[in-house]
Design a protein. Structure first.
Length: 283
């Protein structure tokens, strides 16, 4: 299998705060955050594939003699502009029009529904996306001040079939979802406002209209985070390096909580995330 792990990989410590924004207020909040950050919101659509390790061989071990198994994800940014461009080109050539008519006019027959999405399947090829492997650690317990802290590992996947690579790596696909929303930036902070959707057809995050919101109330999740590069601590790690890592974490935490106070006046009440809700361990 022709696939390699890119040299572009990084381990980080992430510090974050969260809150829910009612759907009726999200545009107002987005405008205010845009003014605070002095930038236009950056749209994003991210495809997530969730993987579970095959027992009984855990590939991620923590602690002496302790073995924990964690879920991993493949994540990829979906290029809607490219999708729409290809779709328009095919429609101008008269390709896929019959399939579109089947999708719109027929219902109740699963076979016909699948035929109706053949055009989208041709335009979004899951094996041709630029995937990144993402590992999210279980958040630290009871940090002070109250904030969510955890280790994140990201590694870009190189050429080849990333899905087959995950199987060979010892992981099995279990589910998928799509996050849609916006990013903004304030100093070292990343502010994201997102909703989560489930594709109605496996491996097809487009068109956007086909996605199903997992929240009936359609609330938005606001997450504000700062990331600090993780230093691999070992016997040879100097005290100066350890102190620098600690200092950067404290600076990031200070910036995060200053922003927390700044946006409290607009009804964005950022808090530490629910630790168990962010648990990535396989039970």
């Amino acid at each position: 299998m022709a696939l390699f792990m890119s040299s572009s990989s990084i381990t980080m410590q992430e510090i974050s705060l969260y809150c829910l924004i009612p759907n009726a207020r999200h545009l107002q909040v987005l405008r205010i955050l845009s003014a605070i950050c002095n930038m236009n919101p950056e749209p994003k659509l991210i495809h997530h594939l969730q993987y579970k390790p095959k027992r009984p061989k855990p590939l991620i071990m923590i602690g002496a003699g302790q073995q924990e198994m964690y879920y991993l994800q493949l994540i990829a940014r979906v290029d809607e502009a490219e999708f729409e461009g290809k779709k328009k080109e095919k429609e101008e050539k008269g390709e896929g029009m019959e399939e579109d008519m089947v999708m719109i006019d027929l219902d109740g027959d699963e076979k016909d529904k699948n035929r109706g999405n053949q055009l989208e399947e041709k335009l979004y090829d899951i094996k041709k996306q630029r995937w990144t492997i993402q590992f999210l650690d279980f958040p630290d317990a009871s940090p002070k001040p109250a904030e969510t802290r955890r280790v994140i590992f990201l590694a870009e996947v190189g050429d080849g079939d990333a899905l087959a690579f995950m199987e060979d790596f010892g992981y099995t696909y279990i589910s998928e979802y799509v996050t849609s929303g916006y990013n903004l930036y304030h100093g070292n902070l990343v502010i994201s406002l997102t909703q989560t959707f489930i594709p109605t057809i496996q491996y097809q995050p487009l068109p956007r209209e086909s996605l199903k919101n997992i929240d009936p109330a359609q609330a938005w999740v606001c997450k504000v985070s700062v990331k600090v590069a993780q230093v691999q601590v070992g016997p040879s790690t100097t005290t100066g390096v350890r102190n620098e890592q600690h200092s950067l974490m404290e600076m990031g935490s200070k910036e995060l909580h200053e922003f927390q106070q700044l946006v409290r006046g607009i009804g964005v009440n950022l808090e530490m995330g629910e630790r168990l809700a962010l648990d990535t361990r396989v039970k």
